[in-house]
Design a protein around this ligand. Structure first.
Ligand code: 13P
Ligand code: SF4
Length: 379
């Protein structure tokens, strides 16, 4: 978790209209030297100023494509800004408006824990093992994966990356063929994606980084195909079967669409599973009058409901599933960083050190080179 010193009280005294006008003015002054990227979970006030929006995969691709802008202001969370720094050129600076916008899931896999897990698992596995990390992880963990011939994945390409990582191993195939996979840090994305590829739950074990040897015996590792890190998203963990059953009991013909960070049983009972970009596309293309219960962060659900009032979009949960860290990026912090940039000062730059950058870029580029041969839905 990074520390964000409090802003000057001047920003708290400005009205929304003044903040918006100030942001617009700084944006105009910076012109093409600035690009603002925004993740789908950002609040409406902030996303309104994004030049480009997307899910984690699209934003990594967009960050890598920015050649003109000197300043990339990333309205998202810390690991996304790190990925943008890794993939952009040395003359570009990546800025995160509030440094304390982290990700609780990324914080569940520390590099020291990953190294410790590797020294036990590589020995216990009895065959080669490929590490795969969800992009929702620290750059140091991405670099660890890059150094050990693994790759990153996002929620839109996890199945594709897993297939690559397995090196030809097939469910019901030769148990000694191909590689095993250790998947960090989201157990749910790992389990949902492996299961969607046809692997049974019995082929997966859970590695708890807080316990010696992850709480696993060497023979459990030897018998498993997937070692899933015991991490989760505190937002998507809030979706459960009770909510699914409640929606199913409604008279209206709701379709349930959820993010693959949701627990396995929720994904199994949903009609569709996919990344935020997949959810946006599905609802955009859905017929008027259709009914959607969406299992993902509340700002995206609210925006979809407001954008498509004729499509009856609601949250799967009746509690607010809010990503509190994404929510830290607000108009005041955005104005502050842009005002500083326009005055020639770079604040809140996110910089990944050269050695970490080198290997994490390897892991990210391995992922970006893979091309899908199947639809992106994780179900
Ligand atoms: P995607 O952007 O890949 O859909 O993931 C959602 C998320 O939790 C980002 O942190
Ligand atoms: Fe992390 Fe979950 Fe927030 Fe995504 S929604 S940034 S995984 S805490």
């Amino acid at each position: 978790m990074f520390f964000q010193p409090p802003l000057s009280s001047r920003y708290a005294q400005l009205s929304k209209a003044e903040l918006r006008a100030g942001i617009q003015e700084s944006k105009s002054r910076l012109g093409k030297r600035l690009v603002i990227l925004g993740h789908h979970y950002q609040q409406d006030d902030v996303i309104a100023f994004a030049d480009l929006t997307g899910d984690s995969l699209k934003l990594s691709q967009l960050a890598a494509e920015q050649t003109e802008a000197e300043h990339i202001v990333f309205c998202g969370v810390h690991f996304m800004a790190e990925s943008a720094d890794i993939l952009s050129s040395d003359r570009q600076q990546v800025i995160l408006p509030d440094l304390s916008a982290g990700c609780s899931m990324a914080d569940m896999a520390h590099i020291d824990e990953a190294e410790e897990a590797w020294s036990f698992l590589a020995e216990a596995a009895g065959m080669p093992i490929t590490p795969v990390t969800y992009v929702n992880s620290a750059a140091t963990v991405k670099a660890f994966v890059g150094r050990h011939d693994g790759a990153c994945c996002t929620s839109s390409n996890a199945k594709l990356v897993l297939k690559w990582a397995l090196r030809g191993a097939k469910p019901n195939g030769d148990p000694h063929a191909g590689h095993k996979v250790i998947f960090l840090p989201d157990q749910h994305l790992g389990r949902n994606s492996a299961y969607a590829l046809g692997w049974p739950l019995e082929s997966m074990v859970l590695y708890d980084p807080k316990r010696p040897h992850g709480g696993l015996r060497p023979e459990q590792v030897r018998e498993a195909r997937f070692i899933l890190w015991q991490g989760h998203c505190s937002v998507h963990q809030l979706f459960n079967l009770e909510q699914v059953e409640a929606i199913r009991a409604f008279d209206e013909p709701y379709q349930i669409i959820v993010h693959p960070e949701c627990p396995w049983e929720v994904c199994q009972r949903a009609d569709q599973v996919g990344s935020t970009e997949y959810i946006v596309k599905t609802i955009r293309e859905a017929p008027e009058g259709s009914y959607w219960a969406v299992g993902t962060e509340i700002h995206l659900v609210g925006r979809l409901a407001a954008t498509y009032p004729e499509k009856h979009v609601r949250s799967l949960a009746d509690i607010q599933c809010l990503c509190t860290t994404m929510f830290r990026i607000d108009l005041q912090h955005l104005y502050w960083v842009l005002e500083q940039l326009a005055a020639g000062a770079v604040v809140n730059r996110v910089v990944v050190d050269e050695e970490t950058k080198r290997w994490s870029r390897v892991a990210l580029e391995r992922m970006l080179k893979l091309r899908p041969d199947q639809p992106v839905s994780a179900k």
